[in-house]
Ligand binder design. Structure first.
Ligand code: NAD
Length: 466
């Protein structure tokens, strides 16, 4: 299949293309290497479409968003196959079919949300109404870990509130987004949703978007380093920003937890998508009384997980997505091995594969604990007293998610309330849902996505005094 950018409702031919690797080996396909001129054309098309899209009655935009949801559902398997080919995650397990289920759920829920006019005052002195108005063109910049689901997280609330969109996926996983946008253009008016792709080498389209005077807001999911650059280059045009960035989520296992009962939840909290998940469990603090039992139960569960190419229906975990990520995990695991005890794995496999790895005997200050590994390597830290664990969990510039594991929910809630993070889970980790706002505190981000609070971020307030 030839993948094309979509600009103004039509395929946009590109002069050059770049290769997109399949992480399990070989090529997934080729993507258009768009230019700054393509980006300008996409922004102009989105600006032109904004004039009528923003004026549609709210119910009509809702029906368009429902049609988008139906289109995603109809092409779910095709997009899942593409995700597996370019991202590497398995079709099964919590892989690409699961990602497509999420994309559909988020699209459907967002289609059903609305921001009705709020009456702030209505009395003899006058009526005061709070209206939510669309911003204009939204620029969406997405990462490579959940290419379709994150695209849906950005696109749907923007369209639902009357904005138009230019999306730019990661050069590592552009194909599923190119196809998604082409499909959605079958049911959307021309220019409402545009997609540009580039290899980030000749020209950096993401950087150009963050400074572009025609774009009113950037919604970005990706690394902290890139988020900081976006914030700086968006300042002169006073863009609205939603930044979902890195995390180094801690989990605290209290002494009364049941090791067998929590092992599966701990495993998936940490190893979902091979750990390449923003809100995955990345550091595990376990009380000394049950430390060994928790480690044994976790390693036992992890041993049974089949790892293989994503296209193999039996695989539950696949390869890492890219060589840079693989090298980072290998470096962090190599340094952790020098001090800690390897309970499972510890070795790079063939190509981009890496054995699921659990290493105990580490502490804050060790690289695998302090740095975001974004891979299948979980450090376990033994603690003696809960105060010490809470302080160690909070001793991080990041604050995306956190979790507390205990048989005593009231006690777990008290500990959870002290964690510095945007989401906190009890006896699970990373379970997000489309009706609950999600975002980071500290260096993990700015603003939230999902739910009414997430929708409101795609609007400016206008207050009408009558
Ligand atoms: P990245 O920051 O390298 O790339 C993300 C996107 O930014 C890509 O589309 C890239 O082309 C673009 N980009 C590159 N340079 C840019 C620039 N100067 N200006 C604007 N855009 C630019 O991140 P990644 O490697 O794709 O993703 C991995 C990271 O993302 C991890 O740190 C992870 O924690 C984080 N992440 C966070 C969330 C979240 O919701 N908080 C979700 C997924 C990933």
């Amino acid at each position: 299949m030839a993948f094309e950018m979509t600009i103004g409702g039509a395929p946009a031919p590109a002069a050059a293309r770049f290769d997109v690797a399949n992480p399990a080996g070989g090529l997934a396909g080729q993507a258009p290497n768009g230019t700054l001129a393509d980006l300008d054309r996409a922004v102009t098309a989105a600006q032109e479409a904004f004039a009528s899209w923003s004026q549609l009655p709210d119910g009509e935009r809702q029906r368009y968003c429902e049609a988008v949801t139906a289109k995603i559902a109809d092409h779910s398997e095709e997009l899942a196959q593409l995700i597996t080919a370019e991202q590497g995650k398995p079709l099964n397990g919590l892989g690409s079919r699961f990602e497509m289920g999420g994309a559909q759920a988020w699209a459907g829920c967002t289609a059903g949300l609305s921001l009705p006019v709020k009456v702030l005052q209505d009395n003899a002195e006058g009526r005061v109404e709070l209206h939510r108005k669309p911003l204009g063109v939204v620029g969406s910049i997405t990462p490579w870990n959940y290419p379709v689901m994150i695209a849906v997280w950005h696109i749907l609330p923007a369209l639902r509130t009357g904005n138009t969109v230019v999306i730019k996926p990661s050069p590592l996983t552009p194909l599923s987004t190119l196809r998604l946008v082409a499909l959605l253009n079958d049911v959307l008016p021309a220019g409402v949703l545009n997609c540009v792709t580039g290899d980030d080498r000749s020209e950096n389209l993401g950087a150009a978007m963050s400074a572009h005077p025609g774009i009113r807001k950037i919604v970005f999911t990706g690394s902290c380093a890139t988020g900081e650059k976006i914030m700086a280059s968006a300042a002169p045009t006073m863009k609205r920003l939603t930044l979902e960035m890195g995390g180094n989520d801690a989990g605290i296992v209290l002494p009364d937890a049941d090791p067998q009962a929590i092992a599966e939840g701990l495993f998936w909290g940490a190893f979902i998508n091979n750990g390449q998940t923003c809100a995955a469990l990345k550091r595990l603090y376990v009380h000394e009384d049950i430390h060994d039992a928790v480690c044994a139960a976790l390693a036992e569960f992890a041993r049974g997980i089949p790892v293989g190419p994503g296209s193999d229906e039996n695989s539950i975990l696949g390869p890492l997505q890219n060589p840079m990520q693989h090298a980072k995990v290998a470096r962090l695991v190599a340094s952790a091995r020098e001090k800690g005890q390897v309970l499972l794995g510890g070795n790079p496999g063939e190509g981009l594969f890496f054995e699921p790895t659990i290493i105990a005997g580490l502490a804050n200050g060790d690289a695998l604990v302090d740095e975001e590994q974004f891979g299948p390597a979980l450090p376990v830290i033994k603690y003696r007293d809960v105060e010490e664990a809470v302080a160690a969990a909070n001793d991080s510039p990041n604050g995306l998610g956190g979790s507390v594991w205990s048989s005593d929910i009231a006690r777990a809630r008290r500990v959870a309330a002290r964690l510095e993070c945007g989401s906190v889970w009890i006896n699970k980790h990373g379970a997000i849902q489309p009706n609950a706002p999600f975002g980071g505190v500290k260096s993990s981000g700015l603003g939230v996505e999902f739910g009414e609070e997430g929708l409101a971020e795609y609007t400016d307030i206008q207050v009408v005094f009558a």
